[in-house]
Ligand binder design. Structure first.
Ligand code: BES
Ligand code: MN
Ligand code: MN
Length: 463
């Protein structure tokens, strides 16, 4: 493709307002929109309002901050490309909690620029990528007065908390959300900053297990040996869920797993990835997980179970001799195509009931679900994204399976019948959910060009 005058205009427009763009991105990062913590619900609303104002400013229409059972969803559209395809652009403005705060080099909501990286909570996941979409649309509208296709923006504020109200919102707005595809920029490049299109995301089942014993903490000498200890009981329950070789022991857990085909295994094996150097990068003595599967398979294409939090009894220094009255664990399973998080929850609950020792009661509560998803490599919209990535980053993308979850991906596919393209730009080592999260400004800048280019490519290939 030759460089047309419009793409030159776009480039000089983007070069001329780089500083202002960075200032706007960091302003967005200053809003501590942590969805999981009720004390930040005002900040989530502020982030939603901030996005709505930006969308109005750049020329989007029907801008709406709509209420859900949790944080607001921001909707806006630009629908003047008659006869051209329509894409839904999805992102999430909420971020993960920041603890442990002492491990941050600088305060998480005071972004700093360091060696071409922006450091802040949300710098990568997912505020950068929302901002890139805003700025790509802005640059196209500013230089051409129009977009090559129709866009509908959907930005939610509960993705990091399993999006409890989202499916209902999608159902309620079915007509408004008619489109040809959904584009989600909330995934990563591959190792070595290799452009990547994610084709599979794992689903998730998240639960809390609460074990209740005596009405209060009791003397462990006076009662030890005669009353059941909830912490011991919980340890017993947890140890029955997964063996040290990584195999999940909940009966029925693997029943519905769709196995990888030989072709899919070959594709994963061909990715430029070295397990040993990956191990060294992570600083772990050895990998764990199911025998018979490569690290990339275990991470992206096999289901698993992890304890995410565990608490009971005395946590202070020194010793305190008690039998704690309560013990709690947060447990999540990452799921692969075929598995239904609701069924996995039922299996977990039933299994826990069978292994709970006498003398305590156990409650297993659901804290959220997300379905796994698989998108099509050969869909013209995926291939258009590959061309846009290659044209802007100079390398053809690889196709990867990610271990993380984006619940709306399956909802777009199953509830609205839309193909989904997972076009993310952050580096895999970006520290998402961890202290010192960062975004590479090179990827941020080039990614804006990729998005603009993608809209042109889509208008041509789907139009
Ligand atoms: N952006 C991530 C999902 C992701 C992670 C994609 C890694 C690709 C690679 C997303 O914000 C996320 O963290 N999702 C949660 C979902 C959960 C809370 C339902 C996750 O995966 O833990
Ligand atoms: Mn995300
Ligand atoms: Mn996340």
């Amino acid at each position: 493709m030759t460089v047309s005058s419009t793409s030159t205009d776009l480039e000089s427009y983007l070069q001329s307002n780089r500083e202002e763009r960075l200032a706007s991105y960091t302003e967005f990062l200053r809003i501590p929109s942590i969805s999981a913590l009720p004390q930040h619900s005002g900040d989530c609303r502020r982030a939603a309002e901030w996005l709505a104002a930006e969308l109005r400013r750049l020329g989007a229409e029907h801008v709406e901050v709509s209420e859900t059972e949790a944080h607001p969803i921001v909707y806006a559209d630009w629908l003047h490309a008659e006869g051209a395809p329509t894409a839904i652009v999805y992102g999430h403005y909420d971020v993960q909690p920041v603890d442990p705060l002492e491990l941050w080099e600088s305060p998480p909501f005071e972004p700093v620029l360091k060696a071409d990286r922006v450091l802040a909570r949300g710098a990568a996941d997912d505020k950068a990528q929302i901002h890139m979409h805003l700025r790509a649309a802005e640059a196209l509208l500013a230089t051409r007065g129009r977009l090559p296709l129709n866009l509908k923006f959907v930005f939610e504020g509960d993705e990091e908390a399993s999006s409890p109200g989202l499916d209902q919102w999608l159902e309620d707005h079915r007509d408004q959300l008619q489109a040809d595809l959904a584009v989600i920029s909330d995934t990563e490049f591959f190792y070595g900053n290799l452009p990547a299109i994610t084709i599979a995301l794992r689903g998730i089942m998240y639960a809390e297990i609460d074990v209740v014993g005596p009405p209060f903490d009791m003397h462990s000498g006076g009662y030890g040996g005669v009353i059941q200890n909830p912490a011991n009981a919980l340890a017993w329950i947890l140890s029955s869920l997964k063996s040290p070789d990584g195999i999940v022991r909940i009966p029925g857990f693997y029943d519905d797993v769709v196995p990888l085909t030989d072709l899919e295994r070959e594709a994963l094996a061909e990715l430029p990835f070295d397990e040993e150097s990956y191990r060294q990068t992570l600083g772990v003595p050895a990998f764990a997980g199911e025998p018979g599967y490569s690290v990339l398979e275990r991470r992206g294409a096999r289901p698993t179970l992890d304890v995410n939090g565990l608490w009971s009894g005395f946590q202070g220094e020194g010793s305190k001799t008690i039998i704690p009255g309560r013990a709690h664990a947060k447990v999540s399973c990452r799921l692969v195509p075929g598995q239904d998080p609701r069924r996995i929850f039922d299996l977990l609950k039933a299994h826990v009931a069978t292994v709970t020792p006498p003398g305590v009661t156990v409650e297993v509560r659901s804290l959220g679900n997300g379905d796994p998803s698989l998108t099509a490599i050969d869909h013209p919209a995926t291939q258009a994204a590959a061309r846009a990535l290659e044209a802007t980053f100079g390398r053809a993308p690889v196709y990867i399976r990610e271990g993380g979850s984006i619940p709306i991906c399956a909802s777009f596919e199953n509830l609205l019948g839309l193909p989904v393209v997972l076009l993310g730009f952050v580096q895999p080592e970006c520290g998402a959910h961890a202290p010192n999260e960062w975004m590479d400004l090179g990827n941020y800048e080039t990614g804006i060009r990729t998005i603009a280019r993608y809209w042109d490519e889509l208008a041509t290939s789907l139009g």
